[in-house]
Design a protein around this ligand. Structure first.
Ligand SMILES: [Zn+2]
Length: 488
C-alpha cells in the first residue's frame, strides 16, 4: 500500500475506530488485546478509498517517534508523528506493547491516530496526562526507577543514532527511541546491559533478561505483601539485617530478616535463616528467662526489656489437682505435641493480620505467675478467654492443622502451623471441627468453646509457639510479625 493511500486509509479507520472506542473503554485487559486484533484486521482488510476532498500525496510522509513510556516490564506505548497537521496539531499514531517491547501494535483506541498526547487506554499509563490507569500497580513504589543514564547517542548495527528519549526500569533494562532519517522510523530499541548494546528485536538475551527480572519481581512481591505497605517493604528489603521489632519485652518474639542465608546465635542456640521472598528469616523466641539488655543480631541491636507479671491464685478440687500427677499421660501427650510441632511449612502461610479466635472475657492474661491451691504451678504463657460453652472458635490465621486431638490436660486441643516455625494453640474445646492435616483459612470455625481437660469452666486457652517457646498472643492481633514495631 502506498504511503499516501495508507494516510487516507488511516483517516478513514480513525472514524471507524471511534465506533470501537465506547466498547473499548469498558473492556478489560484481555478483551483489549482481542479487540486490538480486530481493529488491526479492519485496518488491513479494508481497501483504501479516498474520501472526497482528500488529495493523494505522491511522496511518502515521514513518521518520527516522539514519545516513549514503559509503564512496567510488560506494558508501554510509543507515539509517532508525521508532518500532516489536523486542526493545527500534528497527526500522531500510538503503538503499544504488552510484552516488554518485544512487539508493538497499533493502540486499540482512537488515540491510535489522534493528536492527543495522553496515553492510550489499556496501557496502564496512569500518570500520563490524567488517563485513568487500567492496571494500577499497588507495588509501584517497590520498583523505584534507577538513576537514568544520560544518553545522547546509541549504536545499533554499527550505526550511530541520536537518542530522543530513553527510559530505564532497572539499571540494566531500558528502552529508547532515536532520530531516524528514513520514512519508517525504528521501533523502540531495548537494552538489557545498561545501554552498552541495543536491540530492535526480541533476541534470546532480551527475552531471558526480561523473564529473569519479572521472576525476581514476583519473588519480591510475595514478600512485600506481608508488610504494611510498599514503602515499608522497600525499606526492609534494602537493609542487610532487619529486626521486627528492634525492642521487645520478655515473653514476646522477634522476626529476623537478613539478605542472605546463615544462622542467628540466640540464647545459646543457633537459628537457621530460611529463605522466603527476597530474604531469609527466623523467629527468635524471647522467653521469660531472657536477661533484659541489648544483644547484637547481625548489624542490628536487639533491646530486650523486662516486664512485671502479676500473680494469680487458682483454687481447684483435690481431684483436679491430682490430674497433674499423672506424669505418664502428660509425657505421652507431650510426645505427640512435640512431633506435631517438629515440622513447619518452609514458607509464611499467612498474608494478612492475625485475629482473636473469640471475643470473650480475659480471665488470665499472658505471663501471669500461677499458684494452684497455693502451690507454685507455672507461668501462664497463654490467654484464657472465658465465653459461653459452644461459642465458635476461629482460626487466628491461615495455616495447616498439625494436631487436633483429645489430650489429657489441654482437653480437645488444636495446633495450627502458620509456617516458618510458628504455631497457634487452642485448648479445652467442647468440640473439634477439624482434623490433623486440614488446611484452614483465617476465621474458619475450628471448634467450640468448652471446659475439657484441666479446666475450671468454659474458656479458650490460646497461645503461639515458636521453637518450642510460647509467644505473647497480644503482639499478633490486628497485625503480623512483618509489622511488629518497637514498643515505646
Ligand atoms: Zn489457660
Amino acid at each position: 500500500m502506498a504511503d499516501g493511500k495508507q494516510a487516507a486509509s488511516n483517516i478513514r479507520n480513525r472514524k471507524r475506530n471511534r465506533i470501537y472506542k465506547g466498547v473499548l473503554l469498558t473492556a478489560g485487559l484481555i478483551s483489549i488485546a482481542l479487540v486490538s486484533m480486530a481493529a488491526y484486521n479492519v485496518r488491513t482488510a479494508v481497501a483504501p478509498q479516498l474520501a472526497s476532498g482528500e488529495t493523494e500525496l505522491a511522496v511518502p510522509i515521514p513518521k518520527a517517534a516522539v514519545e516513549l513510556r514503559m509503564t512496567d516490564l510488560d506494558h508501554g506505548w510509543v507515539r509517532y508523528e508525521d508532518a500532516i497537521e489536523v486542526a493545527g496539531v500534528k497527526r500522531s499514531y500510538t503503538e503499544i506493547t504488552t510484552d516488554g517491547g518485544l512487539s508493538w501494535k497499533a493502540a486499540p483506541s482512537a488515540a491510535g491516530a489522534s493528536a492527543s498526547t495522553s496515553a492510550p487506554a489499556g496501557t496502564g499509563a496512569g500518570t500520563a496526562a490524567g488517563t485513568p490507569s487500567a492496571t494500577p500497580d499497588p507495588w509501584a513504589d517497590l520498583w523505584a526507577p534507577p538513576a537514568q543514564p544520560q544518553l545522547t547517542t546509541l549504536m545499533i548495527a554499527s550505526k550511530t543514532y541520536k537518542v530522543k528519549q530513553a527510559q530505564f526500569l532497572t539499571s540494566a533494562i531500558g528502552w529508547a527511541i532515536v532520530e531516524s532519517d528514513s520514512a519508517e522510523p525504528l521501533p523502540p530499541l531495548v537494552t538489557v546491559d545498561g545501554g552498552k548494546t541495543w536491540q530492535k528485536e526480541a533476541t534470546p538475551d532480551v527475552r531471558q533478561a526480561l523473564e529473569a527480572e519479572k521472576k525476581r519481581r514476583s519473588t519480591v512481591q510475595l514478600e512485600a505483601q506481608l508488610y504494611e505497605n510498599a514503602q515499608a517493604a522497600r525499606q526492609a528489603m534494602s537493609s542487610s539485617w532487619k529486626l521486627f521489632p528492634a525492642t521487645a519485652y520478655i515473653g514476646d518474639a522477634v522476626l529476623v530478616r537478613h539478605d542472605g542465608p546463615g544462622e542467628v546465635a540466640w540464647q545459646g542456640a543457633a537459628y537457621k535463616l530460611q529463605p522466603y521472598g527476597a530474604g531469609y528469616f527466623t523467629y527468635l523466641p524471647v522467653s521469660l528467662s531472657v536477661k533484659p539488655g541489648t544483644y547484637t543480631i547481625g548489624d542490628q541491636v536487639l533491646t530486650i526489656k523486662s516486664k512485671k507479671f502479676e500473680t494469680q491464685y487458682l483454687q481447684v478440687t483435690q481431684e483436679m489437682e491430682a490430674m497433674k500427677q499423672d506424669t505418664a499421660r502428660i509425657l505421652a501427650d507431650q510426645k505427640k505435641i512435640d512431633a506435631a510441632r517438629s515440622k513447619s511449612a518452609p514458607e509464611f502461610l499467612f498474608d494478612s493480620e492475625f485475629i482473636k479466635p473469640i471475643e470473650g472475657i480475659l480471665t488470665t492474661p499472658y505471663g501471669y505467675t500461677r499458684y494452684v491451691n497455693n502451690k507454685y504451678d507455672s507461668s501462664h504463657l497463654a490467654l484464657d478467654l472465658a465465653a459461653k460453652q459452644g461459642t465458635p472458635i476461629k482460626a487466628t490465621n491461615d495455616g495447616i492443622v498439625v494436631l487436633a486431638e483429645t489430650l489429657y490436660l489441654t482437653g480437645n486441643a488444636i495446633y495450627i502451623d502458620h509456617g516458618m516455625g510458628l504455631f497457634s494453640q487452642y485448648a479445652h474445646m467442647l468440640q473439634l471441627n477439624v482434623k490433623t492435616g486440614d488446611k484452614v483459612k483465617k476465621g474458619d470455625i475450628i471448634g467450640l468453646v468448652g471446659t475439657t481437660g484441666f479446666s475450671t469452666g468454659p474458656h479458650l486457652h490460646f497461645t503461639f509457639w515458636m521453637h518450642n517457646v510460647q509467644a505473647n498472643p497480644d503482639i499478633f492481633f490486628g497485625t503480623n510479625p512483618f509489622r511488629w514495631q518497637s514498643s515505646k
